[in-house]
Design a protein around this ligand. Structure first.
Ligand SMILES: C[S@@+](CC[C@H](N)C(=O)[O-])C[C@H]1O[C@@H](n2cnc3c(N)ncnc32)[C@H](O)[C@@H]1O
Length: 385
């Protein structure tokens, strides 16, 4: 295991740069990274392996940054995510759209909405009543838009639904605070229909002249058991959930429930998800030997590495000989214990059979691990088969 520094990468490990980029910025995903990180991985692979990767996989594809970057560069790709919301957003961002799709999305903005019928609709959400999360007018407008979008057909429907899901944070009085949703009565919610219109217009503008083709295959699935043949992938570029006790099915619960119009969906997402948060299935069985005693003392450390061991084993299986996995991850401080996640990943990868590993450190910060402070870091673990 080699450890090197590349401080330039730190900026690419957040969603900040994606926000203003055409199509990439359509859906704010705090846990996402920037297309520059994917470009760096592709360039590094080309220089190291002497060939441009022709098949890219992201087994935790989130909102599709890896897939969209591959499409923009004319490279075939596939993505997997446990969340119905993430899989939907990835598909909608990476599909090919023609002028007729864009025109139907814009024409939808002129439609008359049925507010009466919307007021009778139920928006099933497991955490609290959605009526508490929005000003009354916004709640009705969102449901009226949701109902009208349901009657749309084809690819325009996906564009409109994505636009609607993407405006929920701004049109609500909810704050996403760490791993929880909080109602904040002092927050100013923006008018839902207005920002929806603005969003659809932005999307229509950004679709003009986009690269077509290389539409990725996106699966709703589980990175611990991939539905992909052995040796089919040249490059894995990904960022799994961090060891931080954050449950994505909760923080994106409003968006997920509006997409699925069902309460049960969140539990299904949770069943497929890596156990990086405290849940019901905290049994570990045999622990990967690299984890050490933190895995026994802190249940989610054990479940996290157990699940990530299965994922790294799957990455090894699907990679072609000489192919590599680039895994963006952060070390964690949990229950006042500093867990060196990147080194455990690299050690597990070597045991699983990867020929070499390298940890490229992109960012460092100081964390409080009482009684002392420690330097912790965010990095990309490169695992070469
Ligand atoms: C850090 S985010 C990835 C963000 C992505 N790099 C981007 O730029 O959008 C991790 C993703 O892993 C997904 N996930 C969690 N457990 C999973 C599993 N077992 N299989 C596949 N995806 C999973 C989450 O739903 C989340 O979207």
């Amino acid at each position: 295991m080699k450890i090197t520094q590349n401080p330039e990468l730190g900026r690419y490990m957040t969603f900040e740069l994606s926000k203003e980029k055409p199509v990439h910025g359509w859906f704010w995903y705090k846990e996402g990274y920037a297309p520059e990180l994917v470009e760096w991985a592709l360039k590094t692979e080309q220089e190291t392996a002497g060939r441009r990767p022709e098949a890219v996989l992201d087994p935790f594809c989130g909102v599709g940054t890896t897939l969209l970057t591959a499409k923009e560069l004319g490279i075939a790709s596939a993505g997997v995510d446990a969340s119905t919301l993430a899989a939907f957003v990835s598909r909608a961002k990476t599909d090919d759209y023609d002028n007729a799709d864009i025109e139907s999305a814009l024409a939808f903005l002129q439609k008359k909405l049925d507010y009466r019928s919307a007021e009778r609709l139920d928006w099933p959400f497991e955490l609290f009543s959605t009526k508490a999360a929005f000003p009354k007018r916004n709640h009705t407008e969102i449901l009226a838009l949701r109902e009208a979008i349901e009657n749309e057909e084809g690819r325009a429907r996906n564009l409109l639904l994505l636009a609607l899901l993407s405006i929920l944070p701004q049109s609500s009085i909810i704050l996403k605070d760490g791993g929880v949703l909080k109602i904040d009565k002092s927050k100013r919610a923006l008018p839902a229909r207005e920002i929806f219109k603005r969003k659809v217009k932005r999307m229509a503008r950004e679709l003009v002249g986009r690269p077509q083709g290389h539409v990725p295959r996106v699966f709703l699935g589980d990175a611990r058991a991939l539905d992909i043949g052995g040796g089919e992938v040249d490059l894995v570029m990904t960022s799994p959930p961090y060891l931080n006790n954050i449950d994505y099915s909760k923080i994106y619960g409003l968006e997920l429930s509006l997409l699925a119009m069902s309460k049960a969906e969140a539990e299904e997402v949770r069943m497929r998800a890596i156990r990086s948060f405290i849940g019901r299935r905290m049994d570990v069985g045999e622990m990967p030997p690299e984890v050490g005693d933190a895995g026994l003392r802190i249940p989610i450390v054990g479940t996290y590495f157990k699940d990530m061991e299965s994922c790294i084993t799957e990455m090894f299986r699907v990679l072609s000989p000489g192919g590599a996995a680039y895994v963006n991850v952060s070390n964690s401080v949990i229950h006042e214990t500093h867990v060196i996640v990147d080194e455990v990943f690299a050690q597990m990868a070597e045991r699983i059979g990867f020929a070499e590993t390298e940890i490229v450190v992109g960012a460092e910060r100081i964390a409080d691990v009482r009684p002392q402070k420690v330097k912790t870091r965010e990095s990309v673990v490169i695992m070469r088969k």
